[in-house]
Design a protein around this ligand. Structure first.
Ligand code: 8YV
Length: 315
């Protein structure tokens, strides 16, 4: 029997590609010189899409693929997949939850530590000779024992909070309602109030139209000139223009960001600010986790084509 055609929206690691190509006829959209012509040429055969969290699939592309049955997302976030278009056509959607939770939480906590203790600047201080010429590195702010806010106490938010407890931090969270797993933390319904009581505000909620700019100008102002914003979710959760203005004016102390509106082409203002730590959307980027994510993408595709229950369905 012929291998089913699957459309790969963006590159996957080689180890996943080898496995996918053994089972499917993999059509690499990202390698096509003329993507429009490539889609037209293969439109009648494509039964599955494999994509990445930040790339998703547009309604426009879905509309051009009449035989599309399933979209498998390499990532927990599926906000970039047009779910309405999939729902309307009965197209199944899967993601890769759980396997990446701990790595994403690790990176968020690492960013807090690196940024609060000024470790990037401290390394430059050593390497550029400032230590020898100027002496002691400027003093930075402590982390342990201070106040942390977690916006979104889902799987990732919970793991962030668990780690912060190890730093004896006073932890509060916001979510749509009080959570049974929020034991030992203070529930604060209003994100502005949460920001007001926080030294460090972690953004860990799944992005959707409803959460767009939930970290508003008011939330940023409430976090204030001594506060730090850490985003390991999606850029759309933050009003990025308000964030940049607050970082430039000092209305917000600092930020540590793994995600950006125009990634990978960031607003160039981010690149000149010295109170922001920027990371290339790699919170889930460990070999172990990425291998597990790739496996789950394939397990979902295999289950779909075998007519079995999908391991991690979104739709
Ligand atoms: C990306 C992510 O999918 O899990 C998510 O939602 O955004 C990430 O894990 C990953 O960077 C691969 O592109």
């Amino acid at each position: 029997m012929a291998k089913p055609d699957i459309l790969l929206i963006g590159p996957y690691p080689e180890w996943d590609l080898v496995e996918l190509e053994a089972q499917y006829n993999v059509l690499k959209l990202y390698e096509a010189e003329d993507r429009d012509a490539f889609v037209r040429e293969h439109a009648q055969g494509i039964r599955a899409i494999a994509t990445r969290g930040e790339l998703g699939v547009s309604a426009e592309l879905i509309a051009r693929l009449p035989k599309l049955e399933v979209v498998s997302v390499y990532g927990v976030g599926y906000d970039a997949v047009d779910l309405d278009a999939c729902r309307a056509r009965g197209i199944r959607v899967t993601n890769t939850p759980d396997v990446l939770t701990n790595d994403v939480a690790d990176l968020g906590v690492a960013m807090m530590l690196v940024q609060s203790r000024g470790m990037i600047g401290a390394e430059t201080w050593v390497k550029d000779g400032s230590w020898v010429e100027k002496g002691l590195y400027p003093l930075k702010r402590r982390v342990w024992g201070r106040k942390a806010g977690v916006l979104g106490l889902g799987r990732i938010g919970f793991e962030v909070a668990k780690r912060l407890k190890g730093f004896d931090m006073d932890i509060a969270y916001s979510d749509v309602s009080e959570k049974p797993h929020g034991e030992g933390m203070t529930f604060v319904a209003d994100p502005v109030e949460l920001a007001r009581r926080s030294d460090f505000l972690f953004v860990t909620l799944a992005a959707s139209a409803a959460t767009r700019h939930i970290v508003s100008k008011d939330v940023i102002a409430a976090l204030g000139p001594e506060g730090m914003l850490i985003n390991i979710s999606r850029a759309s959760n933050i009003d990025e223009e308000a964030l940049l203005e607050a970082l430039e004016s000092g209305a917000l102390g600092s930020a540590a960001l793994d995600v950006f509106e125009a990634e990978p082409k960031l607003d160039p203002r981010f690149l000149t600010l010295d109170n922001v730590l920027v990371q290339p959307h790699h919170a889930s980027g460990t070999i172990e986790t990425r291998k597990a994510m790739g496996r789950l993408v394939r397990d979902n595709l295999a289950a779909h084509f075998a007519g079995a229950a999908l391991p991690t369905p979104v739709l």
